[in-house]
Design a protein around this ligand. Structure first.
Ligand code: HEM
Ligand SMILES: *[C@@H]1O[C@H](CO)[C@@H](O)[C@H](O)[C@H]1NC(C)=O
Ligand SMILES: *[C@@H]1O[C@H](CO)[C@@H](O)[C@H](O)[C@H]1NC(C)=O
Ligand SMILES: *[C@@H]1O[C@H](CO)[C@@H](O)[C@H](O)[C@H]1NC(C)=O
Ligand SMILES: *[C@@H]1O[C@H](CO)[C@@H](O)[C@H](O)[C@H]1NC(C)=O
Ligand SMILES: *[C@@H]1O[C@H](CO)[C@@H](O)[C@H](O)[C@H]1NC(C)=O
Ligand SMILES: *[C@@H]1O[C@H](CO)[C@@H](O)[C@H](O)[C@H]1NC(C)=O
Length: 315
């Protein structure tokens, strides 16, 4: 009898672990059945009010996941005794959408108090934003918990800068378990949204792999010195639509960021760019898959972390 009992216990322990260890799209279906609709309604309202917000919410999830995993760490505010990630170089004067996240969170808290994590809200808002702007949909694995810490220096080193060459981009994604193909698909996020002059200045003055007319136009907006925060569209063709134009632009040397155009520098990446130009449905499919993968970077699960009541501060 003893072996049966111990087998039973082993099974229970293993099942309990696997439930905790896996994120699941149904995670809130009994604890907060209205969670997904509530997030979606708030995202739809925010993107209707300002199209760019869809891009900003998508980017927040990326910058969250690349720094110690998708744990909501980017949302923590600095105070006298705590320094978070908001002032890290890739984030400061650049990441946005925090007020919208607060609004989503307060609506979610009204339907289920203390149940839905800020990290999951970011993952859902990224998906809902992409759908809203015409991109693909996917099921979002859920059950992430929120961090009690943040790390500015990790944000500085783990989020690649726009001056990155291709090998740096590949290494930076590979450090997060993402492949070269994931890098190309996820870079397609730059089919929406804006970048500041400081992010593309060296490209438009110093790069040779750039369309001359495109560079001239940008130089009138973004002088050699000053106007650092002037904005330009990451996708010059259809900046407000989630489509494959980002990749088309690369074929004519109209990538806005140095890092964008770098995807054309090696056949391992340029062949994917070509594929996404000729086959937009392949881009959508690969993008959705890569987003799920990115969303699974080192989540806090089970008893780890907490469900923050206010995304800006530890409970
Ligand atoms: C491959 C490496 C990447 C680099 C070097 C990079 C760099 C940048 C830079 C410099 C900006 C403009 C920031 C500014 O000037 O304020 C930007 C914007 C943006 N990035 Fe990326 N990015 C990368 C990958 C990604 C990924 C993986 C995603 C999403 C999954 C993403 C989504 C976005 C979006 C949507 C915007 C526009 C945000 C807005 O308008 O508010 N990026 N990125
Ligand atoms: C941030 O991460 C770095 C590198 O892993 C580590 O050395 C440092 O102690 C961390 N800082 C905080 C505040 O956790
Ligand atoms: C890419 O950039 C890194 C860091 O700036 C540099 O060390 C490396 O030599 C560069 N690689 C190539 C192939 O240019
Ligand atoms: C503009 O950006 C450059 C570097 O990108 C920096 O050296 C300069 O101080 C910035 N100017 C202002 C007014 O912030
Ligand atoms: C262009 O490159 C030169 C030489 O590396 C550098 O001195 C200059 O600051 C760069 N210009 C811009 C706008 O980045
Ligand atoms: C690779 O990138 C550099 C800029 O870093 C560019 O000048 C060069 O022409 C590119 N090489 C190829 C083969 O496209
Ligand atoms: C500062 O922020 C940290 C992290 O959110 C929090 O734990 C701490 O209570 C805050 N301190 C004050 C004085 O608000």
């Amino acid at each position: 009898m003893a072996p049966c009992i111990s087998m039973f216990l082993v099974t229970v322990v293993l099942c309990a672990r696997s439930i905790a260890a896996d994120l699941s799209p149904n995670y809130y279906s009994s604890t907060c059945p209205k969670a997904l609709d509530t997030v979606q309604a708030a995202v739809v309202a925010a993107v209707k009010k300002e199209t760019r917000m869809g891009a900003s919410l998508l980017r927040l999830h990326f910058h969250d996941c690349f720094v110690n995993g998708c744990d909501g760490s980017i949302l923590l505010d600095d105070n006298l005794t705590f320094t978070g990630e908001k002032t890290a170089i890739p984030n400061v004067n650049s990441v946005r959408g925090f007020d919208v996240v607060d609004d989503i969170k307060s609506k979610v808290e009204k339907v289920c108090l203390g149940v839905v994590s800020c990290a999951d809200i970011l993952a859902l808002a990224a998906r809902d934003s992409v759908v809203m702007l015409g991109g693909p949909s996917w099921e979002v694995p859920l059950g992430r918990r929120d961090s009690t810490t943040a790390n500015r220096s990790t944000a500085n080193t783990n989020i690649p800068p726009p001056t990155s060459n291709l090998s740096t981009l590949i290494t930076s994604f590979s450090n997060k378990g993402l492949s070269v193909n994931d890098l190309v698909a996820l870079s397609g996020s730059h089919t929406i949204g804006l970048a500041r002059c400081t992010s593309f200045r060296s490209r438009i003055y110093n790069d040779s792999n750039i369309d001359a007319t495109f560079a001239d136009k940008l130089q009138t907006k973004c002088p050699m010195v000053g106007r650092n925060n002037t904005l330009a569209c990451l996708d010059v063709a259809t900046p407000k639509v989630f489509d494959n134009c980002y990749f088309r632009n690369l074929l004519s040397e109209k990538g806005l960021l140095h890092s964008d155009q770098e995807l054309m520098n090696k056949s391992s990446t340029s062949s994917r760019v070509n594929k996404y130009v000729s086959e937009p449905s392949a881009f959508f499919k690969d993008f959705a898959k890569a987003m799920v993968k990115m969303g699974k970077i080192k989540p806090l699960i089970g008893n780890e972390g907490q469900i923050r009541l206010n995304c800006r501060k530890v409970n």
